[in-house]
Write a protein that binds this ligand. Structure first.
Ligand code: FAD
Length: 522
């Protein structure tokens, strides 16, 4: 494989974590590996709700941390919750100074939405449901004007090279060409900001390329993985047959929208005192039960929003319109869909992974902030906080340089793209057996199918990355013999007594469990 050496810091991904880290590293030279044109393909640009921060004078970072710990079902690291919530306000002010047009009241205060399991209205938003697109737009403008940042659009990473436990390089290739060969890039440091794993599921709200690739790449290189089993299913993805499923933001329920079924029954009031604003996992399971019973759950915004939904939530209104739904007169069909991976590459409070030379920020990481159930709108906040932390820590580990030539890359031919049928099978298996409600039989079946897929399609490094992350999720879910937060086991319906524990594993361990299960069946 051709290899190239650069003094630039290599950032894998181009979502909020990557962009913010690149800006915070300036003027240190950076090369950002972006599969798509900047702004496309990242969950960050699709965020509708906004960023959680205690901005109201009556609210406090302590309240925010308490809600974060509470939602996480006993597995949030309180030190991390404290670290992230304490600084949240500063990030909102920084994003504002970088050009994000947050919604304001007439007297200039930030408009704050209320979301599930928050004890205060504390989610800052932009034009109703445009937070992600607007924040990304503002940062992209800054990145385009920052000469230290080179963006390699149309490139993706597939493999981490290690030498004696230290990450020394990243194999990259064209993201568009099925026949692209790879180039090994050696840089000053490697920061992974490649997002989560939602797209490993057939039913997901995540952009098509967000398929656990970067987590899988780190796992294959030997990095420690934490809380892999904790996958959040968003309760109100729109059930309209689109892949990915468009989202009906939780802020709609914050405004008073209710959940009903085809019989017109409001089912959440009987399940939780906070009804539609119960924690996400509770609402997701209730909706899943209605789906399973054939009761067609729906989100009803008619009474509280009526025609106003079109101005207040333009994205949701547009998704409805293109599917022939008028939310002012019709309830919106919904179903739970894989949305956010609480687990990922184990990361310490300096943003470092277990392998030397490797930093991680954003959804690919597992910092301990989210536990078994992420508090709504803490995802963007975590990406910002750890992007800054990683940038500062990387800066202390590399020689100070502000000058590095731009990379000029032409990919050779000769690679293998993932087989689309195999990818579709993997995604179906994850939704059917590793989804909202899990059972040992289904999890074992998933592991057996994953082993077979990996064996049959092992010539594509991208597909191996997906298989690695899927295997880690299924094996960790099998090993957690309890129900906690978003991880629900029908064969172990209760939480184990005592405080919850986080899970930590390596791909070698998950594969060993998978091999054992395959042998049992042989
Ligand atoms: C529909 C939706 C709505 C959401 N709403 C909110 C919200 O309101 N508030 C909130 O806090 N959170 C929300 N979230 C979650 C939040 O958007 C994400 O957790 C956050 O954006 C993650 O940022 P990131 O930078 O880690 O990843 P992303 O923004 O997903 O970016 C990942 C980047 O990595 C790239 N990439 C992937 N694979 C590779 C590879 N192999 N090589 C190179 N690059 C790669 C992708 O193309 C992308 O550029 C939402 C998520 C979704 C899907």
């Amino acid at each position: 494989m051709t290899s190239l050496t650069t003094d630039r810091i290599i950032i894998i991904g181009a979502g909020l974590g990557a962009l913010y880290a690149a800006l915070k590293l300036a003027p240190r030279p950076v090369v950002m590996i972006s599969p798509e044109t900047l702004g496309e393909g990242a969950s960050s640009a699709w965020a509708q709700g906004g960023v959680a921060a205690a901005m109201d004078a009556a609210d406090s970072p302590e309240n925010h941390a308490r809600d974060t710990v509470g939602a996480g079902a006993g597995t949030v690291d309180p030190k991390v919750a404290d670290l992230v919530t304490r600084e949240a306000r500063d990030y909102i002010l920084d994003l504002t100074s970088l050009g994000t047009p947050f919604d304001r009241t007439e007297d200039g205060a930030y408009v704050l939405s209320r979301e599930a399991a928050h004890s205060f209205a504390r989610v800052v938003r932009v034009k109703g449901d445009q937070a992600g697109a607007e924040i990304m737009g503002a940062l992209i403008e800054q990145v385009r004007e920052t000469p230290s940042i080179q963006v390699l659009e149309g490139s993706m990473a597939t493999v981490l090279e290690t030498t004696d436990g230290r990450v020394t390089g990243v194999a990259i290739q064209s993201a568009d060409s099925a026949r692209s060969g790879q180039i090994m890039l050696h840089g000053a440091a490697v920061l992974l900001a490649g997002g989560g794993s939602g797209g490993l599921y057939a039913l997901t709200t995540n952009p098509p390329r967000i398929r656990g690739q970067v987590i899988g790449m780190a796992a294959r290189a030997g990095a420690k993985i934490s809380d892999a089993e904790f996958v959040q299913f968003h309760p109100t993805a729109m059930d309209v047959g689109e892949d990915p499923a468009p989202l009906a933001t939780e802020a709609l329920r914050g405004e008073g929208a209710i959940l009903i079924n085809k019989h017109g029954e409001r089912f959440m009031t009987a399940i939780h005192p906070d009804a539609e604003l119960a924690p996400r996992d509770v609402v997701a399971r209730a909706i899943f039960a209605e789906v399973q019973a054939g009761n067609r759950p729906m989100l009803d915004t008619r009474k509280v929003l009526g025609e106003r939904i079109k101005d207040l939530f333009p994205s949701v209104a547009e998704y409805c319109a293109r599917n022939g739904i008028d939310p002012a007169t019709q309830p919106i069909p919904v179903a739970p869909a894989a949305h956010y991976h609480m687990g990922g590459i184990a990361t310490d409070t300096s943003g470092r992974a277990s392998l030397d030379g490797l930093w991680v920020c954003g959804e690919a990481s597992s910092t301990g902030l989210h536990g078994a159930n992420r508090l709504a709108s803490n995802g963007l906040l975590e990406a910002l906080v750890y992007a800054r932390i990683c940038a500062e820590d990387i800066a202390t580990h590399i020689p100070e340089t502000t000058d590095a030539p731009q990379l000029n890359i032409t990919y050779p031919e000769g690679g293998t793209a993932p087989d689309e049928t195999a990818v579709a099978t993997l995604r179906r298996v994850m939704t059917d057996h590793v989804g909202v409600v899990r059972h040992a039989d289904g999890l074992k079946q998933a592991l057996r199918i994953l082993a077979q897929l990996e064996q049959d399609h092992g010539d594509s490094p991208s597909f191996l990355n997906m298989c690695a992350t899927a295997t880690l999720i299924a094996a960790s879910a099998l090993q957690r013999e309890e129900s906690r937060g978003a991880h629900e086991r029908s064969d172990f319906p209760d939480a184990l007594p005592g405080p919850g524990t986080r899970s930590h594993t390596y791909l070698t361990e998950a594969r060993a469990l998978r091999d054992q299960i395959c042998k049992e069946n042989a």
